[in-house]
Design a protein around this ligand. Structure first.
Ligand SMILES: [Cu+2]
Length: 130
């Protein structure tokens, strides 16, 4: 009696599932300049794009966040000290604008605060250089 399906089919399936779940890194770099720097963030099940925003100490960002799906999400932002500086609910299909002044260098973190969404891939960071 042969084993069916063969082992290598299971390995292929596992690989497909893992690669579908793996979070793709997408990077946006803020161009130095005056005034508000507009950054577009797209929230979906379960990702935030871009995942990395590269910016500079003193930049004034305007995050235009769109929830592209019918699930409620959220965008929470922590400064390098781990303090929550913004937490905005994103209803289904909703778009919000979040002004954010980068008052400190270091790594700022953003994520969805709904249960398990961060673990499922809804997270990113703002790398702020001097
Ligand atoms: Cu979410």
């Amino acid at each position: 009696m042969k084993n069916w399906p063969p082992l290598n089919l299971w390995v292929c399936l596992l690989f497909l599932i893992l690669s579908a779940c793996a979070q793709k890194t997408t990077v946006v770099t803020v161009v130095p300049g005056e005034g508000k720097q507009v950054i577009t963030i797209r929230a979906s099940d379960y990702s935030l794009m871009p995942t990395v925003i590269r910016a500079h100490h003193g930049d004034h960002l305007l995050l235009q966040v769109t929830n592209a799906v019918a699930t409620a999400h959220n965008l929470t932002i922590e400064n390098p000290a781990g303090e929550i500086v913004r937490s905005v609910e994103l209803g289904a299909g909703e778009s919000v604008e979040i002004p954010l002044d980068l008052t400190e260098g270091g790594t700022w973190k953003f994520y969805c605060n709904k249960p398990f969404h961060e673990t499922l891939g809804m997270s990113g960071r703002i790398e702020v250089v001097e």
